[in-house]
Design a binder for this molecule. Structure first.
Ligand code: ARG
Length: 559
C-alpha cells in the first residue's frame, strides 16, 4: 500500500511520450507556465528557440502546421491557413497554396495571400530582422538581382512569389525542394499585415492569427496571452485552444523553477530545459513525482566534429583512430547518463526519422569503451604511432565535460589534447560556427550539438554535411566543412525524387558516405526529463519539436 493519495498519482513515467496524458476538451482557466529565459522574439520572423516556436503555435497560424498529434503523424505538416497541402508542379519547383476563407487578424482585418507574401519578403531583410531561419532565401532569391527585403527594395520585388488573387500564393523555386510544406510550417511565414509592420520593433506589438494574442509582456518578467476575439475555431483544424489565458512567469533560477513547478505553482516548464540535479534527486525517492515525468528524446544529436583542414586531422587514419578510441560510455556519462544525457548512438539520424538505420562504421569494442588496438593500427597507418598533440574546442558547462571525456579517451592511444574554451553566447555564431575562429585556434576537434529545424532527413542532415551550406562568415553548422561532390549530388537527387521509399534509401546512402569521411563522431541522441503538473490536460511531447505541445493543453480547474 502506498501512502500517497491515489488522486495525486500521475499517468506514469513516459506516459506523455507517444500518447496524450489526461485527454480533455474542457475549456477555460489559466495555463501557468514558467521559464528561466525570456523569448528570443515575439516577431515570428525573428525567433529560433524551439520552445518559442511552440509558443508561436498559440499566437500564429501558418499555411501548413504540425498537427496536434503525439504519434508519428505529428511529423507531417497538415493544412492550417491553407485549404490543402502545397500543390507541387514542375518537378517540385513550383508550389501553390490556396488560403481558407474567413481568417482574420486579431485587429479584425482579413488575412490575404499578400500578407503571407509580405512575411516571406520580411525574411530577406536580415539586416533589420535577424534571428530566424532563412531556408527560403536561397530557394527564392535571384542571385543576379538579390532582393534586400521590403524596407529597402519595396514590396514589388521578389518576382518568385506570386499572388494572382487574395487567396492564392505561388512559390517558384530556383531548385526543387521536396520538403517545402515543412518550410511553410515555420513561424517565420506567419502572415504579417504590412499596415502593422514596424520593422525591428514588430515583436513589441505583433498581429496574430492564432487563438491567442499578447495581452502583456514585461521583458524578463512575465508574458500574458489572452483569447484572440477574431480567431474562429471553425477555420482551425489544428488548435483546441482550451484555456482562456496563458500566463508565463519568466526569469526564475532553474532550481527555484523546479521547486515551484513540482510544488504545483506552475503547470509546465515552457522552456523545456528539463529537471535539474536537485529535482532529479527528489524524484528518485518519490513515486508520485516520478509518475508525472516524461523522458523523451529531444531529437538533438550531440557529436564531436573532426576538422580535416587542421593537420593532422587531414589524414583520414587520424580521424578513424579518434573514432575507435572513443570511450562511448564515459562520453555518455559526461552528457549526464542515459536519462538526462541521452541514448548512445553510432549513427546520425534520430530514431524518429524513416531513414534511421543501424550503422556502426567504427566499432569501439564489446563494452563500447573504445577499441584501442584498432585506434593504434590507424595511428600507425597515419605515420603517427606515438600519437600527436592537438586542441579540442568547447565551451564551459556541459560541453566542457564532454571535451574532458574525449581527452581521457584518446590519451589512451597517445593523442594529447589541450582544451580551448570558447565564449558560450557566441559559440554557434562566432566560435564553433566560424571557420575563421577554428583556424585561428587550430581546433582539430570541436564539441557541438544539432537539432533539425524541421523533422525530415534533409532538415536534419543537410546543414551538417552539404558543402553548399557552409557559411564562411559564421553561423556555420557544417563545421568540418565537408564538401564532397558525391554527398552534394546525392542530396540533389533526393530533392528531385518524389517517391518516399527511394528518398529513404538515398538518405541512408548519404549517411553511410558521410560516416566514411569520419568527420562526425556521434555521441548521444539527447534526452530530457520533463515534469507535467497535475492540473494540465492533453499533455504530450510533440514529435516534431521534442517538447510539450503547449497549444494542445488545457487545465482541469478554473483558476
Ligand atoms: N538548428 C538549431 C540548433 O541546432 C536550432 C534547433 C532548435 N530550434 C528550432 N527551431 N528547431 O541549434
Amino acid at each position: 500500500m502506498s501512502d500517497a493519495p491515489k488522486l495525486q498519482e500521475g499517468a506514469g513515467w513516459n506516459a506523455g511520450v507517444g500518447a496524450r496524458v489526461a485527454p480533455s476538451d474542457r475549456r477555460g482557466g489559466t495555463l501557468r507556465l514558467v521559464s528561466s529565459a525570456d523569448v528570443d522574439s515575439l516577431d515570428p520572423a525573428r525567433t529560433y528557440y524551439v520552445w518559442v516556436w511552440l509558443l508561436q503555435r498559440l499566437l500564429n497560424r501558418t499555411l501548413m502546421a504540425y498537427p496536434t498529434d503525439p504519434g508519428p503523424a505529428g511529423l507531417v505538416p497538415v493544412p492550417d491557413l491553407a485549404e490543402g497541402p502545397g500543390v507541387a508542379s514542375d518537378g517540385n519547383r513550383t508550389w501553390t497554396y490556396r488560403l481558407r476563407e474567413g481568417v482574420l487578424f486579431d485587429d479584425g482585418t482579413p488575412v490575404t495571400s499578400a500578407d503571407v507574401r509580405y512575411a516571406v519578403q520580411r525574411i530577406f531583410a536580415q539586416d533589420v530582422l535577424p534571428g530566424g531561419p532563412t531556408y527560403l532565401v536561397p530557394l527564392l532569391d535571384d542571385p543576379d538581382r538579390p532582393y534586400a527585403g521590403p524596407y529597402r527594395d519595396g514590396v514589388d520585388g521578389l518576382p518568385s512569389v506570386l499572388t494572382p488573387d487574395p487567396r492564392t500564393i505561388v512559390f517558384r523555386l530556383r531548385s526543387p525542394f521536396s520538403d517545402f510544406d515543412h518550410l511553410m510550417a515555420q513561424p517565420c511565414v506567419s502572415p504579417v499585415p504590412r499596415h502593422a509592420d514596424t520593422g525591428a520593433r514588430y515583436g513589441e506589438d505583433p498581429r496574430c492569427t492564432g487563438p491567442y494574442r499578447v495581452a502583456g509582456h514585461r521583458p524578463g518578467g512575465r508574458l500574458l496571452l489572452e483569447r484572440n476575439p477574431h480567431w474562429d475555431r471553425a477555420t482551425d483544424p489544428v488548435r483546441p485552444a482550451l484555456p482562456d489565458r496563458v500566463d508565463v512567469t519568466i526569469g526564475l533560477d532553474p532550481d527555484d523553477m523546479d521547486e515551484r513547478l513540482t510544488a504545483g505553482e506552475f503547470d509546465i516548464n515552457l522552456e523545456g530545459r528539463g529537471l535539474q540535479h536537485a529535482a532529479q534527486h527528489r524524484l528518485a525517492g518519490d513515486p508520485v513525482l516520478r509518475s508525472r515525468t516524461d523522458n523523451p528524446r529531444t531529437s538533438f544529436l550531440h557529436f564531436v566534429s573532426l576538422q580535416p583542414h587542421i593537420p593532422p586531422f587531414d589524414n583520414i587514419h587520424v580521424r578513424r583512430a579518434v573514432h575507435h578510441a572513443a570511450d562511448k560510455v564515459l562520453l555518455q556519462e559526461a552528457r549526464g547518463g542515459p536519462v538526462t544525457g541521452g541514448d548512445l548512438t553510432t549513427a546520425l539520424f534520430p530514431p524518429g526519422l524513416p531513414s534511421h538505420q543501424a550503422l556502426d562504421r567504427y566499432p569501439t569494442g564489446p563494452g563500447l569503451r573504445g577499441d584501442l588496438d584498432a585506434a593504434r593500427a590507424e595511428l600507425r597507418a597515419a605515420g603517427l604511432p606515438d600519437g600527436f598533440d592537438a586542441v579540442i574546442g568547447t565551451q564551459r558547462g556541459k560541453f566542457r565535460l564532454v571535451a574532458d571525456a574525449v581527452v581521457e579517451s584518446v590519451a589512451r592511444v597517445g593523442i594529447r589534447l589541450t582544451v580551448k574554451e570558447l565564449d558560450v553566447a557566441t559559440y554557434f555564431s562566432q566560435g564553433a560556427g566560424s571557420p575563421e575562429t577554428i583556424r585561428k585556434h587550430g581546433l582539430g576537434m570541436i564539441v557541438t550539438d544539432w537539432g533539425a529545424d524541421f523533422p525530415t532527413e534533409y532538415g536534419f542532415l543537410a546543414p551538417l554535411v552539404d558543402g553548399r551550406l557552409i557559411r564562411p562568415g559564421g553561423g556555420n553548422w557544417n563545421i568540418a566543412e565537408l564538401d564532397d561532390p558525391e554527398v552534394n549530388g546525392l542530396i540533389d537527387t533526393v530533392l528531385h525524387t518524389a517517391d518516399p521509399a527511394t528518398r529513404t534509401d538515398l538518405w541512408r546512402e548519404v549517411e553511410r558516405r558521410v560516416m566514411d569521411h569520419a568527420v562526425i563522431l556521434p555521441l548521444v541522441h539527447d534526452k530530457t526529463l520533463h515534469y507535467r503538473g497535475p492540473r494540465a490536460t492533453n499533455v504530450f511531447v510533440h514529435p516534431a519539436f521534442g517538447l510539450y505541445d503547449i497549444q494542445a493543453m488545457g487545465v482541469t480547474e478554473t483558476a
